[in-house]
Design a protein around this ligand. Structure first.
Ligand SMILES: [Zn+2]
Length: 147
């Protein structure tokens, strides 16, 4: 299951501000995988890294049967106000976003409205245990979260 691969990427991520993993899939095959990193500057978000690895970043050509699996709802804005991964996603021709947990501490719901208005489908993974695991990995070692 692709979300479990995304979780593996999140677990391995070198990110002490919230680990996230992403898996890019087309026609049922993995195109690229990535985890977030706070060791780089600017910090790298998982979705951005997976799109870059695939050569899809800023290539809006439609990608039939493509999905991005990401452990956390994609960001609409970065913490510095820059455009977030949701922009990368709409500019890469992806058909659908499948996310684990909702990002409840930044801009809940905003990126979903954004996908809706840009014709990108989205769905939350239907398994509660998997959502909880995605959130747990995000929160562990996260210096920006209050304990
Ligand atoms: Zn992001």
């Amino acid at each position: 299951m692709f979300m479990l691969q995304a979780i593996d990427q999140a677990r391995a991520a070198k990110d002490d501000y919230g680990r996230v993993g992403a898996v890019l899939v087309q026609h049922g095959k993995v195109i690229s995988v990535a985890g977030s990193s706070s060791l780089e500057f600017p910090t790298i978000h998982a979705e951005h890294a997976a799109l870059e690895k695939a050569g899809w970043l800023n290539d809006p050509t439609p990608k039939p049967n493509s999905k991005i699996y990401v452990t956390l709802q994609p960001c609409l804005k970065r913490s510095g106000g820059e455009k977030g991964c949701s922009w990368d996603i709409i500019n890469s021709g992806i058909e659908k976003v499948v996310y684990g947990e909702l990002d409840t501490h930044f801009e809940w719901g905003e990126s979903l409205k954004f996908f809706n208005s840009h014709g990108v489908m989205f769905e939350q993974i239907p398994y509660t245990a998997i959502r909880k695991e995605c959130w747990k990995i995000f929160c562990e070692n996260n210096k920006s979260m209050k304990k």
